[in-house]
Design a binder for this molecule. Sequence first.
Ligand SMILES: [Zn+2]
Length: 324
Amino acid sequence: MLTIGIDIGGTKIAGALVTADGTPVRQTKIPTPASDPRALEDAIVDTVASLMEGTSSSGEVLAVGIAAAGFIDATASRVYYAPNIAWRNEPLRERIEARIPYPVVIENDANAAGWAEYRFGAGRMHAHMTMLTIGTGVGGAVVVDGQLFRGGFGVGAELGHILVEPNGELCGCGQRGCIEQYGSGRALLRFANELAEDEQLGAGLRAARGADGRIDSDSLKRLLSEGESGAMSALTTLGEWIGRACAILGAVLDPNIFVIGGGVALAGEALLKPIRESYIQHMPGRGFHPEAEFAVAQMLNDAGVIGAADLARQHYEKLHSSGR
Ligand SMILES: [Zn+2]
């Protein structure tokens, strides 16, 4: 039996039919009609319909899980707020369930991706997992004792907004000094541009500056893949900040493993090493405290749809067992 996972990004809606062991068997991708809530709803229904073309009968699909960036309520049915799309206090589950013959569950996209890592990826075999996803911003997900942690209002695990630098950089959330401003892809680019001013370490970075005198993310990506020393130094700085955040998170959540996701995590040990060292350096009770493992996420681009599909399966099973 299959479930459907749908991941609504700012530019694309990805959908997949997924098996119980987390394997996508049919996938689809369409542009996101970001500014019109009704068109977005139609796009979700269309995605379900086009995925169903790959099955022999509608009875093969149990439920649909939808992942989206934003604040989702604790009952996984309402989108309070989505930063990239036009939903405001949207009763999405009810609206979609009225149009398709399956139960629907909605989840924050970072939570869905984290759930996929816990079930099928780097977090497997660890009942307590904390995941940080390093994208343009910093996303997070927390699994506690084998359960996805959502908090009392459903909007917990916003790990990008823990304070790492009092009176630091202004964050998009309205506060200052959040890890998102020091541990994100955007922060990495800032560190690289700052380091380009350094007489010795900055030579390779300066050479990669564009016409506007700035290093852009593509150039930085290239320098990192070449192992250029200035770019690697910026990556180390990024890792040190992320490790600091992990020390804070460790004091609260005590995970067995931290999973680091996002494109930057493909740097592997070059990023994990400074994270691990900084985590140990900033750890409360250092030397007496068990140390968590660190691993790079394994699910990459499909994590959102696979996590959403598995959460849909969990939802279906819950509905089924309470009906008995
Ligand atoms: Zn913030």
